[in-house]
Design a protein around this ligand. Structure first.
Ligand code: ARG
Length: 460
């Protein structure tokens, strides 16, 4: 295996050691970030006259050539190198000769990998935020289409009060909006450049760390060299943010699975987003939301794993930190795939308005509204609650809904009841009357706010 070290060794590394130690199998993922970081580093070395202008230019050109060739498939990253840093440096030397050996001046793999990982996470954080935006737009379309799609709202999985599908999805809009904002606040905190921290104690060369930071679009250079090489807080924070995204996707998945069940039939998943059974021909299964729910565990695990890896590490760099990568990469892939699939699933699914309305009527979901009706007629709420409770019992005994109970029964329970009770407890007025901020009857306000957030034009 080609290595960047070996001068002080008299023996070859054991093959098993090489395998165990090498990270190229997974850190080749940030090949592009490694090249970007090296280009910024070498530009700075040139500006600071640590390398001559010609040397810096030759190295930069060489690195750009490697980037192009890998992108266009003329050069393949093989596992013959210890890590992506060794691969890039070896390629550079192969291509431009001895000048290439000057690239690593004033740098250690410790600050190099700290930089690469930060650049990579920053890119993926932006990608995740973009996918969240797409999902939010999809959810907003559902909200706007379904302000009059009535359905039961549940507490304890029991029908509680009538809501709309718009209001229900409005809740998910808030969750995913918070997820997106959480990513941006992590981005702000993590956007400092560790390059120039060296192995752990900076370097003797007159580096311009702020210049490198600016070239790589960081806000500033990191404050402390030991922290620069050994900080992985932002990875934990990112994994935590991804865990919350998965938690929200998983809760939504759980509802979709329930709504898609033969008992509910609130939602119909598109064939393209469903799967069949090898034995039961009639089956159309919601495998995708089930997998999203199932994969949530591995994303949580990535965060737990890194927290454990980091907890006992003395300053500064320790090889344990190489373990920050594989599970993080897996978590990023999982979240991105899950977000994309959920967006597609929601785009192609249809909602069964009739079934949802049926489910919201016929029960006693409007009992609170009947009590509120009495309160408007001057009956104290606690008394009204008792009266309606007894009426619900009458309905159960007679096997009718509140909507179908004769007025005589209402009036027998309380003389304040009049003919307008039926309108007051209709599904529509139950919803429209709930017009406090955030309630199903105040969705216009929520829609206007969501559109502002998404940068969409005001709805007319
Ligand atoms: N593959 C290593 C990692 O991911 C790169 C840094 C190696 N540094 C070292 N001193 N061995 O952490």
């Amino acid at each position: 295996m080609a290595q960047l070290w070996g001068g002080r060794f008299t023996k070859e590394t054991d093959a098993l050691v090489n395998d165990y130690n090498a990270s190229i199998g997974f850190d080749k993922r940030f090949f592009e970030q490694d090249i970007r970081g090296s280009i910024a580093h070498v530009k700075m070395l040139g500006k600071q006259k640590i390398l001559t202008k010609e040397e810096a230019a030759a190295i930069e050109e060489g690195l750009n050539g490697i980037l192009r060739d890998v992108r266009e498939g003329r050069l393949t990253i093989t596992d013959d190198y210890e890590d992506i840093h060794s691969f890039n440096e070896a390629m550079l030397i192969e291509r431009i000769g001895d000048t290439g050996k000057k690239l690593h001046t004033g740098r250690s793999r410790n600050d190099q990998v700290a930089l690469d990982m930060r650049l990579y996470i920053r890119d993926e954080l932006d990608n995740t935020a973009a996918l969240l935006l797409k999902l939010l737009k999809r959810i907003e379309a559902i909200i706007e289409k379904h302000t009059e799609t009535y359905m039961p709202g549940f507490t304890h999985m029991q029908k509680a009060q009538p809501v709309t599908l718009a209001n229900h999805f409005g809740a998910y809009f808030e969750m995913f909006r918070r997820d997106r904002e959480r990513l941006f606040s992590i981005r702000e905190r993590m956007n400092v450049c560790p390059l120039g921290s060296g192995a752990l104690a900076g370097t003797t060369y007159p580096l311009d760390r702020e210049y490198t930071a600016r070239l790589l679009k960081f806000d500033r250079a990191s404050n402390n060299a030991m922290d620069g090489v050994s900080d992985r807080d932002y990875v934990v924070e990112f994994l935590n943010a991804l865990s919350l995204v998965m938690m929200h996707l998983s809760r939504l998945s759980e509802e979709i699975i329930t709504w898609n069940s033969n008992e509910y039939r609130f939602i119909e998943l598109d064939d393209a987003y469903s799967t069949g059974s090898s034995i039961m021909p009639q089956k159309k299964n919601p495998d995708i939301p089930e997998l999203v729910r199932g994969k949530t565990g591995r994303v949580y695990a990535a965060q737990a794993s890194l927290l454990v890896t980091m907890k006992g590490l003395p300053l500064a760099y320790n090889k344990d930190m190489q373990e920050d990568k594989e599970l993080t990469f897996d978590a990023i892939d999982t979240v991105k795939h899950s977000l994309t699939l959920m967006t597609g699933l929601l785009k192609t699914a249809s909602f069964n308005k009739k079934r949802m309305a049926e489910s919201a009527t016929g029960g006693y979901i409007n009992a609170t509204d009947a009590a509120d009706y009495l309160v408007r007629k001057g009956v104290p709420f606690r008394d009204a609650h008792g009266i309606i409770g007894s009426l619900v019992l009458t309905c159960i005994e007679k096997g009718v809904a509140m909507d179908d109970l004769p007025l005589t029964d209402y009036q027998a329970a309380c003389p304040a009841f009049e003919e307008d009770i039926y309108d007051a407890i209709s599904l529509k007025s139950c919803v429209v009357r709930r017009a406090t901020k955030g309630a199903p009857g105040a969705m216009d306000e929520a829609i206007a706010e969501n559109r502002r957030y998404l940068g969409l034009k005001e709805k007319v």
